[in-house]
Ligand binder design. Structure first.
Ligand SMILES: C[S@@+](CC[C@H](N)C(=O)[O-])C[C@H]1O[C@@H](n2cnc3c(N)ncnc32)[C@H](O)[C@@H]1O
Length: 281
């Protein structure tokens, strides 16, 4: 059940209503994205893990292409910092208008926008020169071409828009919060996976064995998933697993009961392989 501390009739709200009513972008940013100032040391370690894996995936392992779609971006841009060097165009997306507005503020250099520079500098350092962070910010601003509404519970998450399948779809910590149970998670995964071209890649950052996380004053349910569950679900929707790595974390219960974060890269099988049952076990 989705339970918001601010909701008085929590059982009456769907997950989406809980996000619309109670998700606080600033509270979320302060709790999870203040790199170097995080409320929990485990959180900085987690952010380094994600940024390093994304750097490796795009810069070193060479996953690149024309278009990357980020699903459930929230108010965040950190997950796109490496991708903007490897894709000509990025489409960011989220269910909530308030999150899309926060992203637009950063894209438009609004003085009220969240300050992502500590993470921008860290990624520039990974790429070889920490001092290039102003150019990196400009590159990302140029590469994010659209910030769209999306809903992963819909067969076409961009309904009524039709967005052409992308070379890569990325989603960080979204599907678990959007899904009330594992069948709903598998369905959301199928919807998101449909946005990847045959031969293209799916990248997921996954809170493992979590049942809740806090954002500001509100509590949001996470669908409990273990690595094997995710891997099986990803294969079921026609992908081969390229890699899956874990980082164990020790978050305070006031933040989340998450046990680890998973980083998964998978490649969509070509239609012919799926049709003839050649998808790898
Ligand atoms: C934990 S935040 C993750 C944000 C961002 N990806 C990050 O890593 O910082 C979860 C995000 O999922 C979004 N979300 C929740 N339900 C959704 C749905 N049904 N479809 C799309 N996004 C959804 C929320 O609005 C929120 O921005």
């Amino acid at each position: 059940m989705f339970c918001g501390l601010q909701g008085t009739m929590e059982g009456d709200f769907t997950g989406k209503e809980m996000y619309h009513l109670n998700f606080d972008p600033k509270g979320y940013f302060n709790m999870y994205k203040s790199f170097g100032l995080s409320v929990s040391p485990g959180n900085d370690e987690r952010l380094r893990f994600i940024l390093e894996r994304l750097h490796k995936t795009f810069a070193l392992d060479g996953i690149r292409g024309d278009t990357l779609i980020d699903i459930g971006s929230g108010p965040s841009i950190y997950q796109l910092l490496s991708a903007c060097e490897s894709f000509k165009e990025i489409i960011a997306s989220d269910l909530l208008e308030k999150n899309r507005e926060e992203m637009q503020k950063w894209l438009k250099k609004d003085p009220e926008a969240f300050d992502w520079t500590p993470m921008v500098k860290y990624v520039c350092q990974l790429e070889g020169d920490r001092e290039t962070w102003p150019e990196k910010q400009e590159k990302l601003r140029r590469t994010v071409k659209q910030v769209l509404k999306c809903d992963v519970t819909l067969a076409n998450p961009f309904h009524p828009l039709v967005v052409p399948p992308a070379d890569c779809v990325l989603s960080s910590c979204c599907l678990e919060g959007a899904s009330k149970d594992f069948p709903a998670y598998r369905s959301a995964l199928k919807n998101v996976a449909s946005l990847v071209k045959p031969g293209g890649h799916l990248i997921l950052v996954i809170p493992l064995e979590a049942t809740y996380y806090m954002a500001g004053q509100s509590k949001f349910s996470d669908c409990f998933v273990k690595p094997e569950m995710v891997k099986v679900a990803v294969k079921e929707v026609g992908f081969d697993i390229v890699c899956f790595e874990n980082l164990n974390v020790d978050f305070p219960v006031a933040l989340s009961d998450v046990k680890a974060f998973g980083f998964l890269v998978a490649q969509k099988c070509n239609k012919a392989e799926v049709a003839t049952g050649k998808a790898k076990e």
